[in-house]
Design a protein around this ligand. Structure first.
Ligand code: 1GP
Length: 246
């Protein structure tokens, strides 16, 4: 499957984010994958801020053995790469000014990555203030863009588009108190690139608002760690949208 073509052709998608560091319980992970299949989840994202290579590889193996949902790497560092995944969000943390996350990790993994049969998706990654200090902000030692600075956010996304990024990921950070504001999504949507939204999404209402504002993929992480039955609500939401589209 061509992942980018699939992303472009499918609005109203939902991704489940799996952090290998928090997924050492095989039974729970299996249950999550089964519920994700039932909910018709479009993508599984895998990645985390502080994951070891062995944790990463064993979680990729487990997911691939137990799920057919496309697996996309959302890497926190250069060691989070695997040819067994279906695609990789090749993130440039454009909201920050830390060269390690703009080019450093990319150079570290380049020789290995180019040998892998893995679809690379150049992604403008923008951290937006979500009301708490996120792991990404702490680990990358960058400051998120304030949530009321819409023109800075839009200009950063435009710069990403001009650099050739194919996707824009707006992230309020895992466990954010406030998710990315709807006005920001609508404004960035004018660039006509697929938009991924994540961070602090905990309700169907939030998912729906993001989709209506133009989000192509909404990512759910934390909420499912506490309550995997939320996938049953997602199942109903997806079915209702499908019926409407008919
Ligand atoms: C964070 O976009 C993801 O990078 C998901 O955030 O864990 O808050 O859902 P949550």
């Amino acid at each position: 499957m061509n992942i980018l073509a699939n992303i472009k052709s499918k609005q109203n998608s939902i991704a489940v984010l799996i952090d290998p560091e928090k997924s050492d319980n095989g039974e729970l992970l299996l249950e999550l994958l089964q519920k994700a299949a039932f909910a018709n989840i479009d993508y599984i994202f895998i990645g985390g801020s502080t994951v070891t290579r062995s944790q990463f590889n064993s979680t990729v193996d487990f997911i691939k053995e137990n799920s057919v949902i496309p697996l996309i790497i959302f890497p926190g560092s250069s060691n989070q790469i695997s040819p067994k995944a279906d695609g990789l969000l090749y993130l440039s943390l454009l909201s920050g000014r830390n060269p390690d996350y703009l080019i450093g990790h990319h150079v570290e993994s380049a020789a290995e990555l180019i040998q892998m049969d893995l679809e690379i998706i150049p992604t403008a990654y923008l951290l937006i203030d979500g009301g708490t200090q996120s792991s990404v902000a702490y680990v990358s030692q960058t400051t998120p863009i304030p949530r009321d600075k819409i023109s800075i956010i839009k200009n950063t996304a435009i710069a990403g588009k001009l650099q050739g990024k194919k996707v824009i990921y707006l992230d309020a950070g895992s466990g954010a108190k406030y998710s990315v504001p709807i006005e920001i999504i609508s404004s960035v949507n004018e660039l006509e690139l697929p938009i991924i939204i994540g961070g602090g999404i905990k309700s169907i209402n939030q998912i729906q608002e993001c989709h209506i504002a133009g989000a192509t993929i909404v990512v759910i992480g934390n909420k499912l760690e506490d309550d995997s039955d939320f996938l049953l609500d997602i199942h109903n939401y997806k079915n209702a949208r499908l019926l409407k589209a008919k």
